[in-house]
Design a protein around this ligand. Sequence first.
Ligand code: DAH
Length: 356
Amino acid sequence: MTSLLDTISEIEQSAIGELKSASDQSALEAWHIRYLGRKGKLTQVLRSLAGVANLDERRAGGQRANVAKERLEAAYSEQRSQIEEQRLSSVIAGERLDVTLPGIAVPRGRLHPVTQTMRDVLAAFVSMGFQVAEGPEIEWDHYNFEALRIPAEHPARDMWDTLWIDYEQDGRRPMLMRTHTSPNQIRIMEKTRPPVRVVVPGKCYRFEATDPTHEWMMQQVEGLAVDDGISMADLKGSLTDFARRIFGPERRTAFRCDYFPFVEPGMEMRIDCFICRGEGRLEDGRPCRTCHQTGWIEILGAGMVHPEILENVGYDSGRYTGFAFGLGIERIALLRYGIEDIRHLYANDLRFLEQF
Ligand code: DAH
């Protein structure tokens, strides 16, 4: 009797002792098999009880062995959760993030200088009460030329200036890549009644060789304001205000007569050259190349909408008047950023683009 209980106590004690040194999952499992497995030490004792003849002895041994089994199982799960906890905290320690280390810089994108300029130009007009509208890049001869009083024999309609679309109608090619945004003057007036105040951004295409100030594709902003009593003073005031918003408050503007078939009178607007400050010469006396020594830089064409155009879209030209203007965005971007060649803008060279 005593020796059976002693054996169980000994097994229990040595099991508890060994458990302390089972410091990882596999040592722990080996321990479990060794004592509590099917052929484990304690299991064997329990099994051997069947052969104990004395009933009291068998019962006492059974109870003692069950107590030992419960203690060992409890100690086992305690040890297991400790091992798991240690494993977790070492994983966490290994993955700890040092937020004081310098980060890895993410390359930052930015807007193309032409896009930046386009947005600024539109924002300037929007803040003056103009709405933004858009029209098609592939246009009818009618809107691009005819309705703007550009007759068939006008040089602008020459195949050397215009990219025609390969579509024929009655032996003619009436569709083209629009050469300017002015057709939207007609499109908008056909759809709305005065008061009109719109700006229309968009790409335009011309069949021409490129040079430092010409590209075969460029972006324009067309402007149109039609209402009761709009005068040239409104035109000059609005465009001068625009120039100051884009080029700075100290900019001077000048208007000069120019001819565009769809306006009467027509004009161009110039700003004083900001390289030579309107002098035509640099400080060291050398001639200013930016303004070709004139002291002025042309930035847009404009004029009072031709009365015939108003009548053609059903506006009463006795009552309504309006002004229109068209400016090239790349040109403005060149002036703003001091870029010497328009072709840089679309060459897609990051060394260039990253400067803006
Ligand atoms: N469409 C002209 C061009 O591309 C620019 C222009 C001039 C637009 C006078 C206008 C204007 O609205 O009134 O050269």
